[in-house]
Ligand binder design. Structure first.
Ligand code: PGA
Length: 264
């Protein structure tokens, strides 16, 4: 594997434009010094255009030069219309967003986002040419086995996709119990989850495609544990989705540097 992903999901942080610009700037500096990492930052909606205005990421050349991309934390499944409070992928695209998180567990749990809604969002993102980062993961891990719910979330989201579309998505395996808990999954169990996901994709599509889809790990990733997900899981894990630690400039910079070193 030659290229890996670090996705920074800021969630509902920080509170001011000045803080957002500073945090983005530090993340961008780390991304610039890395050679084999694609860095995506997903700030809250109000900061997307402020960051784009400051850093010019609507321009593909600027994105590539800075080695950093803008991500949105969600999108709505319609292009426009009477949907109070929603944000469309078209608007996101128009301000330089290239990646979008779909089906994050916080939205599934707290905002009742169900499998059907996630599937519609995933398809809309693909239709608009955004790269969806599809989040799946179980609420509880009773034993060593990956609960079937993970498979259900995956199947319902990708059902009916053209094979060429599957090749454009990223999957983030995020066990809900590991998110924000300070207790990450073990690299062994993450490896098991990645194999399970690829098995389902092989059954639904084909092995070549299933092997190509990047699978990321998310849930309490920090600079102290990030390397374990790569050294012990070889080529199965293509990167990490980082929440809390992405809000600390030193942490996210170190994570980017470590992932870059391991990718070479
Ligand atoms: P965390 O969040 O790194 O704070 O656990 C990850 C996520 O929710 O994407």
């Amino acid at each position: 594997m030659t290229s890996r992903f670090v996705i920074a999901n800021w969630k509902m942080n920080p509170q001011t434009e000045a803080e957002a610009i500073d945090l983005f700037s530090a993340t961008r500096d780390a991304a610039k010094s890395a050679s084999s990492v694609t860095v995506v930052v997903a700030p809250p909606f109000p900061f997307l255009s402020q960051i784009e205005n400051r850093f010019g990421l609507a321009n593909a050349e600027m994105r590539n030069e800075a080695k950093i991309h803008l991500g949105a934390q969600d999108l709505f499944w319609e292009r426009d219309g009477a949907y109070t409070g929603e944000v469309s992928g078209v608007m996101e695209k128009n301000i330089g967003v290239t990646y979008v998180i779909v089906g994050h567990s916080e939205r599934r749990r707290m905002l009742a986002e169900n499998d059907e809604m996630v599937a519609k969002k995933l398809k809309k993102a693909l239709e608009l040419g955004l790269v969806p980062i599809l989040c799946i993961g179980e609420n509880e891990r009773p034993g060593g086995e990956i609960p079937e719910r993970v498979g259900e979330e995956l199947k319902s989201a990708v059902l009916g996709l053209e094979p060429s579309m599957l090749g454009r998505i990223i999957i983030a395996y995020e066990p809900v119990w590991a998110i924000g808990s300070g207790i990450p999954d073990t690299p062994e169990d993450m490896l098991g989850a990645a194999i399970y996901i690829r098995k389902i994709l092989t059954e639904m599509f084909n092995q070549d495609l299933a092997t190509q889809v990047p699978i990321l790990y998310g849930g309490s990733v920090n600079s102290a544990n990030v390397s374990s997900f790569f050294t012990e899981t070889s080529d199965q894990v293509a990167g990490v989705l980082v929440g809390g630690a992405s809000l600390c400039p030193e942490e996210i910079s170190t994570i980017i540097t470590i992932v870059d070193r391991l990718a070479v």
